[in-house]
Design a binder for this molecule. Sequence first.
Ligand code: FE2
Length: 311
Amino acid sequence: MKPLTPSGPHARPEHEQAAPKLMFFGDPHGDLEPVIAAVERFRPEAIILLGDIQARRPLHVELGSILELTEVWFIHGNHDTDSDADYDNLWGSEFATHNLHGRIVEIAGYKVAGLGGIFRSKIWDPRRPIEEAAFQSSDAMRRTMKREERWRDGISRKHRSSIFPADYQQLLRSGSSDILVTHEAPAAHPHGWHVIDELAEELGIQLLVHGHHHQNIDYLGEGLMTAATPFRAFGVDMGSHLAWPRNEPGPGGPLQDVLDRATQVFGAAAQAWLDKPHEQLDGQTPAAFAAESGTDKVRSMLNAIQHGGIV
Ligand SMILES: [Fe+2]
């Protein structure tokens, strides 16, 4: 898995780069130093934490030094309900109202939808029809519990980070959005879920970003999704981040750029060529190579093919 921040020979010098609108941060698990350092360096308009924050002090205290520099938003992860302190330092912080779970908020000019938490089969196994879920909502679950079984007069702390069908369906019906942030991964991940993709498609998003798995993943660049997938998807590792828009040429990013060029050369066979490993790229596909290392080499191969070179 490769870092998601452009670096190497194709990255522009930092002083030539525009500040990103948004930065997404992988699961901090208590260490917010990489978040603070990245905000101080890149000055994004807003940041979104992708869950498993586990702040050691209230989140607004932990991030006190950057509150003047950026807007802070988050979704919760499964570990944010591990202990009373994990819970209180998030839901009890001054940022409690900045949880994107179950709603769409306009942030840095994008409509951002959020689905925090994870699927737990004791609540809802999303491989099964939604109406077969054990509980449709946290309220429905609470009603089945005796007073002494409750935590702070509600459902258990643990299940406050479980995804209930009602939360999912509320988001599904919330209209269109540009970006979806989730803790769980889409179906293309070995531990991902089709209902995440279905939500993404229903919302009509262009970008999906998730945490939880501690991996930097560019689903298109790594061949886990194709250009036919209606949205780009990324996983972000703990201690890592994804900047958006990415520092890429062209309105649709380099892959659209290269796809357009490949279509000029190959017509309908363009995508097949982009997805086929090529020996000149050390066995990588042109699509993966372009996403990872920039488009120059792939474009020059296409030029050579079009103008009679042998590639
Ligand atoms: Fe997690």
